[in-house]
Unconditional design. Structure first.
Length: 293
């Protein structure tokens, strides 16, 4: 019993230490989630305002003037053969299936584009996604691990501005962003958003009573790159919030599981200890009875 008891006490102590770590990580993720969620909520009204202005401005004639609004011909008809996929994951793990779901979504999108005849150029944001595709020996056009869980508009601009320039030159057929869609802290499904070409929102049924100064073309020239950067920024902040939500859930589950294991080990230890005490008492009683007989 002595050896088994020491072993069980050691296991209980080890699981208790693990539970302290997972509980601390759960609290840290909860704190970071609040700030990340605030960034998501703050970004949505601005994005909606941009979308409405774009819907009011874009007409068929203007769409023909701006490369970002034109859909290139497919490769079979002489269009560009290169398509870009930007995969956004986290730099750290311990977030359940969060990163693996994003990687699966990126692989599906890559396979879909390759089946259509495109040569896919992969841009990885986050250590986990980059590490996975490096393991598969797939070349990366970009490996960004400097953004972390506090993305900014400058990060989004540095990601997408070279791609916007390449698209305007006719070198790229499309740009897709694979990111987490933050619905609730418990619901962060992977999503693929088409960044380029810009898919203009449907216009209003009645023409807006606006006086444009300068003309709509000049406004669109400034608005379109801003709209693209904002789409990438939203993808970054929603993924950052989704990471913290997934990590909080994973660490809470780990903490709860550790508590169940501790209860089970404690009951096992107590049963063995009681059995040993009962055996010792029986031996004493038996010995005493033998001496009396």
């Amino acid at each position: 019993m002595a050896g088994k008891g020491r072993q069980l006490r050691g296991r209980i102590k080890s699981v208790q230490n693990t539970r302290k770590i997972t509980r601390t990580m759960e609290l840290v993720a909860t704190s970071k989630l609040k700030r990340a969620q605030d960034r998501v909520v703050a970004a949505r009204p601005y994005a909606e305002a941009l979308r409405q202005v774009l819907a009011d401005l874009v007409t068929r004639e203007l769409a023909e003037r701006f490369p970002l609004l034109r859909t290139p011909a497919p490769p079979s008809k002489g269009g560009p053969r290169k398509a870009v996929v930007i995969l956004v994951t986290s730099n750290r793990g311990l977030a359940g299936a969060f990163n693996s779901n994003l990687i699966k979504e990126a692989r599906r999108q890559i396979e879909k584009l390759e089946a259509a005849g495109y040569q896919v150029e992969l841009h990885a944001v986050g250590k986990k996604g980059a590490g996975f595709f490096k393991y598969l020996r797939r070349p990366l056009a970009a490996d960004r691990q400097d953004i972390g869980d506090k993305p900014t508009a400058e990060h989004a601009a540095s990601l997408v501005e070279p791609l916007v320039a390449a698209y305007e030159r006719g070198e790229v057929a499309s740009v897709d962003l694979v990111h987490a869609k933050f619905v609730t802290p418990l619901t962060t499904p992977p999503a693929t958003t088409r960044i380029l070409p810009v898919e203009a929102p449907p216009g209003r049924t009645r023409a807006p009573n606006y006086i444009f100064a300068p003309d709509p073309g000049a406004i669109l020239e400034q608005l379109l790159p801003l709209y693209v950067r904002n789409m990438v920024y939203r993808g970054l902040v929603e993924t950052a919030a989704g990471e913290q939500g997934a990590r909080r859930t994973a660490m809470k589950n780990a903490t709860d599981n550790a508590g169940e294991i501790i209860d089970y080990l404690t009951r096992t230890y107590n049963r063995q200890r009681q059995a040993a005490i009962t055996q010792e008492i029986s031996e004493i009683v038996g010995g005493a009875a033998a001496l009396q007989g």
